[in-house]
Every structure is written in C-alpha cells, then in structure tokens.
Design a protein around this ligand. Structure first.
Ligand code: FEO
Length: 170
C-alpha cells in the first residue's frame, strides 16, 4: 500500500480511540449531573468509536501493513451544559468527517480501489454520526435544563440500542 495512506490510516486509528475517550469523558460529565440516560448514550458512542478504530486496525492487517498506535490526548473534562456537550460532539464529528474525506482523497489519488471501497462505509457512517448529534441538538432546543422535558429526553437516550461488537459484522 501507499506509505502516505498507511500513515494516515494509522493516524485515523488514534483519532477513533481519542473519539472514544472524548465521549467517555462526556459520559462522566453526564453521570456527575445525574443524567444517566445521556451517560448511557455516550458510553455506547464510546464503544462505537472503538469499533471504528478496530475496523481500520483489521484493514491494515488484512492488507499486510503494520499497525502503529499513537498517543491518545487527554480529553476535556469540563463542560458548560448538555447543549455544550452536543455542540462539541457535532464539531468533533465534523472534524472526523474531514479526516475520512482526506483518507478517501489519498486512496483515490494513488488508485487504491480496495481502500476507496473500504472507506465508503465510513463516509456513510459519518453522515449518521453528524445526524445523531444534530437530532439531539434539535430536540434540546425545545427543553430547558432541570425540566421534565430534559428527563424525558434522558429516558429516550437510555433506550439507544447496543452497537454490534463484532467490528466485521457492521
Ligand atoms: Fe468514528 Fe464518531 O466517528
């Protein structure tokens, strides 16, 4: 495989692991303010990010390339509000989308068709990831903190289905 693409995919693994860490930190914030449904949603999001990272991990191995893991940055630990968390989630997912698009461009440039096909799953996934954050932000517009509406939304997020833990099954 093209060395630049391998390097960028290795960096993407680290970014996915950081995403997991970021969402786990957000889950900890929700626990600290007593919103267990929001926390549960974020914990599942953190699990999904590990699955994303593992998909890249397995892909490099399948192509006979070496996985090189990078350092994971410390995530933020203080958030201003529930809305602040989902604004940051959306911003973060937009960064990830740009990063995936960059991988796709590199794969195209070096005519690595297997990689462009592999990356299509992530391009679709990012549409979903951004939509999830936008949907919750949209609902948050209608509810204020410390209201019954917030508790109802907390209950709704507690019903998020578990991600599929076998990364190859997605
Ligand atoms: Fe791995 Fe949330 O994108």
């Amino acid at each position: 495989m093209d060395k630049k693409l391998v390097k960028a995919i290795n960096e993407q693994i680290t970014k996915e692991m950081y995403s997991s860490y970021l969402y786990l930190s957000m889950a900890a914030y929700f626990e600290s303010i007593g919103l267990e449904g929001f926390s549960y949603w974020m914990k599942l999001q953190a699990q999904e990010e590990i699955i994303h990272g593992m998909k890249f991990f397995d892909y490099l191995n399948e192509r006979g390339e070496k996985v090189i893991l990078g350092a994971i940055d410390k995530p933020p630990v203080n958030f201003k509000s529930v809305v602040d968390v989902f604004k940051k989630t959306l911003e973060h997912e937009q960064l990830v989308t740009a990063s995936i698009n960059n991988l796709y461009s590199i794969a195209n440039k070096v005519n690595d068709n297997a990689s462009t096909i592999f990356l299509q799953w992530f391009i679709n996934e990012q549409v979903e990831e951004e939509k999830n954050a936008m949907d919750i932000l949209g609902k948050l517009k209608y509810v204020k903190a410390e209201t019954a509406g917030m508790l109802m939304l907390d209950k709704e997020l507690a019903a998020r289905p578990q991600p599929i833990l076998d990364p190859k099954a997605q």
